[in-house]
Design a protein. Structure first.
Length: 408
């Protein structure tokens, strides 16, 4: 695997820390800015919403740029808005900073996925994607717990400063290690694509992204990821108010979730290229059962400790495999395929916290996001089953002929 792919993973580590660190900072933000817990949780949803819009938009806009230039622009903007978030005293400004940071993060991840899978070569998309997603899970292991510790010792603003500082070496690493390759072309490095080629290329790739199988895969990824972040966003109040843990245990449990996530991404990266169904079906069933068991046993500290690790592993194993399958299904859209995979990932990351916040706000307690997570994964199974039945019967309601099945 080229070293440049690991440098992209370093940058994604900084960005993943930012995206997920609010899980350990919610109590501090609530106290400092005098907002409700669901409102503070909405900062995660706002970040994800910015990534949903930003992934395809920034990918289209950057079609005229060399990939290294696009990555550096997005990463620099990301760093600057975190400085703004660290100094503001307004919840509205903080919300806007999260959205702006998300737009930059979306552009970076979309272009980074395209660059990584292109550098890895055919047949290794899963491994390349797992390196970038591994940066996200390592953020859960180290960055998010470290942010929680900083928030408890020096206040939540220190975590924003830390993300800005960590982004500096990532900028240098991308500038040095990532080649200047134009997006979605076979041109030689250093040659920028002509401006007039951007719009036709975008239209061609958008047509390739309309395939039903790809759209279903993206929807499944959004549902599974929504389940993950529905619970993960409110993990701190869940383990302290229900699980019986003190505030000092929050960074430990966040790190435990991150360790499970890293293990899940590693397993998914190995299986997604060749044997995805061996992971998706049993892993999805286990994931659904795990959320249900977690909801029932949330008051038992020992069960919480184990389930945080297990659910982190299952969530990211299934989720990362779905993202990889989406990249394979979008092979004819090398630039926008990563953008749409990023957007789908963050549709879930946006909807999940909102649904969890609605459940908590309705007075259903801090266990309620766990039940919502179980329902979202069950819905993913229902969608997959309906899509499979539709493919088998065709559009007329009759079983598809062997010729038609082969054509699909």
């Amino acid at each position: 695997m080229p070293i440049a792919i690991y440098m992209l993973g370093l940058a994604v580590f900084a960005q993943g820390t930012s995206e997920f660190m609010l899980s350990g900072l919610v109590p501090g933000i609530v106290r400092d800015l005098q907002v409700s817990v669901p409102a503070a949780g909405a900062l995660t949803s706002a970040f994800a919403a910015g990534m949903i819009v930003g992934a395809p938009l920034t990918a289209v806009l950057s079609l005229r740029w060399l990939r290294r230039r696009a990555l550096l622009v997005f990463l620099t903007i990301f760093m600057i808005v975190h400085v703004a978030g660290a100094v503001t005293t307004s919840f509205g400004v903080l919300l806007a900073a999260r959205v702006a940071g998300a737009l930059a993060n979306a552009g970076f991840l979309a272009v980074g996925l395209a660059a990584a899978t292109a550098m890895a070569g055919p047949g290794a998309k899963g491994r390349a994607a797992s390196v970038l997603l591994g940066g996200i899970t390592l953020a859960c292991v180290a960055g998010v717990p470290a942010g929680a510790v900083l928030g408890q010792v020096w206040g939540w603003r220190s975590a924003f400063w830390a993300v800005a500082v960590v982004s500096v070496p990532a900028v240098v690493a991308v500038a040095v290690a990532v080649p200047s390759i134009p997006p979605g072309t076979a041109m030689s490095p250093g040659a920028a694509p002509p401006p007039e080629a951007a719009v036709p290329a975008a239209r061609r790739e958008l047509r390739a992204l309309r395939r039903p199988r790809l759209l279903v895969t993206l929807l499944l990824g959004a549902l599974v990821n929504g389940a993950t972040f529905c619970t993960f966003t409110y993990l701190a109040p869940l383990v302290t108010e229900v699980g019986g843990y003190g505030p000092g245990w929050v960074p430990v449990l966040l790190a435990l979730f991150g360790l499970g996530s890293f293990a899940g991404v590693s397993i998914g990266g190995r299986m997604a290229d060749r044997r995805p169904m061996r992971l998706l079906v049993p892993g999805g069933l286990a994931l659904t059962a795990g959320w249900i068991v977690f909801a029932v046993a949330a008051g038992n500290p020992a069960a919480v400790f184990v389930l945080v690790l297990v659910q982190g592993a299952l969530s990211f194993a299934v989720g990362s495999t779905l993202i990889t399958r989406a990249l394979y299904a979008a092979a004819d859209a090398p630039s926008l395929g990563g953008a749409f995979a990023t957007a789908a990932f963050n549709v879930g990351a946006s909807a999940g916290p909102l649904l969890g916040g609605v459940a908590i706000g309705a007075g259903l307690g801090y266990r309620s996001p766990l039940w919502v997570s179980a329902l979202l994964v069950a819905l993913a199974f229902a969608v997959a089953g309906a899509a499979l039945a539709a493919r088998r019967t065709g559009t007329t309601g009759r079983p598809a002929s062997p010729t038609r099945r082969a054509a699909r």
